[in-house]
Ligand binder design. Structure first.
Ligand code: AMP
Length: 445
């Protein structure tokens, strides 16, 4: 199958060719004709499947072929996204796919000043990619009106609901023209998403390219069990042992992000961070530097988890498991994109057994477990089953035996030597040796 056989016009075919896309991905093969037909679409597609071109190419074509030119403070295609990063990324995709088409594009999101966005909206834009809160702000200021909206796209709809945008979304739906095309893309289909879809889609064409909630099959995934206090040391050990020098690293808290980033920095890696408290320009800069390879390790909280388009990322390391199982799917969706193979490693401690069980139930597989010699968990991680059960109750952790050696020093770290965010980690049962000392010369100039 070729892009030409899907009915795309020449300028779009040229742009696709220039991007070196040879054949449509499965979601593109299904979505492009569906969107071109003007019908509503509900698509179960993860990031990495090529879904962006699946809706952007046919929408660009419809913008060129139909409808009056956009008027001032109006928008013809409205794309709603959960995060600022995704908004920027989709804007870049629309610009690339729509090169030479004489259409206007804009991304509008919070955390940056309203004024430049208001100025750009004055002339009207053909495609506005926006986060829900900022869109409503702009609408309240009369900077954008919705009467010319011909298509609404909800990208990563599940994530928008997870982030608590339900109220904003309903306010936007209520303000849009009833006569419109609506496209809903989501990696997972919870009852909430289905409920929303039932409210806003009319006789949609359903597209599913991989079973909902399945993780990309080419991603090699496994779990390394470890005690919580030894996670930072194990992480650094695995990174050094395996020569992992380009990875997206997920940590639960902002403090944890800063802590690991400092360890990596000390060990000589070029590292940057993304988390919610970081100003937007700094977050985008970190992402850009990581994409370009100027940064080897990008340490992030879930803010970065969805929809970021990072090509050829071989490795995702979950130092902490996400609280919400779906986020695991989104996190590891960064690897194994468009057919490439990837690796996703998760460091799991006993406390995280329920999260692990929920993830395994969601992806319908039991993740293989490993232990790293020298980092064996004292607090065993209970067995889980792929139905989301914890098979055996965790044994009550035994009181660690304190073996007195000749010097009288204890071999097991005591409570008050355990690592805290912001302090150096306590020594694990075996301190990783050698490779990290003095760094590995990996820092980029
Ligand atoms: P997406 O799922 O839309 O974020 O796309 C994932 C990645 O696949 C992006 O880097 C796209 O540039 C790339 N891509 C999309 N469609 C194709 C295609 N037909 N052939 C090769 N790469 C593609």
């Amino acid at each position: 199958m070729s892009f030409a056989s899907l009915g795309l016009i020449d300028p779009l075919l040229r742009n696709v060719q220039n991007l070196n896309y040879q054949t449509p991905t499965p979601v593109q093969a299904k979505a492009i004709p569906a969107v071109l037909s003007g019908k509503d679409v509900m698509a179960a597609a993860q990031t990495g499947t090529g879904k962006t071109a699946g809706f952007a190419l046919p929408l660009l074509q419809r913008l060129v072929q139909y409808g009056p030119a956009v008027s001032s403070n109006r928008v013809r295609v409205l794309v709603l996204v959960p995060t600022r990063e995704l908004a920027e990324q989709l804007l870049q995709s629309f610009i690339a796919y729509g090169k030479g088409l004489d259409l206007r594009f804009l991304a509008a999101y919070g955390g940056v000043s309203l004024n430049p966005q208001m100025m750009k909206l004055r002339k009207g834009v053909d495609v506005l990619v926006a986060t829900p809160g900022r869109l409503l702000d702009l609408n309240r200021q009369n900077a954008v009106q919705f009467d010319q909206v011909q298509t609404l796209v909800l990208d990563e709809a599940d994530r928008m609901l997870d982030l608590g945008f339900a109220r904003e979304l309903n306010a936007v739906f209520a303000a849009l023209p009833a006569q419109r095309q609506t496209l809903l893309f989501s990696a997972t289909f919870t009852d909430d998403i289905r409920g929303m879809a039932a409210n806003i889609l009319r006789s949609p064409i359903n597209i599913s390219v991989s079973p909902p909630n399945a993780t990309a099959s080419k991603i090699k995934q496994w779990v390394v069990t470890v005690d919580k206090k030894n996670k930072p040391d194990l992480f650094m050990h695995l990174v050094a042992e395996n020569h992992w020098d380009h990875a997206l690293v997920f940590v639960k808290t902002r403090n944890g992000v800063d802590y690991l980033a400092a360890m990596l920095d000390d060990a000589g890696y070029a590292v940057d961070t993304i988390h919610g408290d970081k100003p937007q320009p700094a977050r985008l800069r970190a992402l850009e530097r990581f994409k370009k390879g100027e940064v080897q390790m990008l340490v992030a909280t879930d803010v970065a988890a969805r929809g970021l388009d990072i090509d050829d990322l071989p490795l995702v390391i979950n130092v902490d498991l996400p609280i919400v199982a779906q986020d695991y799917v989104h996190r590891i969706g960064r690897t194994g994109r468009a057919g490439a193979s990837g690796v996703a490693v998760s460091l799991v401690c006993a406390d995280e057994a329920p999260q692990l069980a929920a993830i395994e139930a969601l992806i319908r597989q039991t993740l293989p477990r490993e232990e790293e010699p020298g980092f064996e968990a004292e607090h065993r991680v209970p067995q889980t089953s792929a139905t989301g059960q914890i098979v055996k109750k965790p044994k009550k952790p035994k009181k660690p035996k304190v073996l007195q050696v000749a010097t009288g020093a204890a071999q097991v770290p005591s409570k008050n030597t355990r690592s805290k965010p912001g302090s150096k980690p306590a020594a694990g049962p075996r301190k990783p040796t050698g490779k990290l000392a003095g760094g590995r010369g990996k820092r980029q100039p």
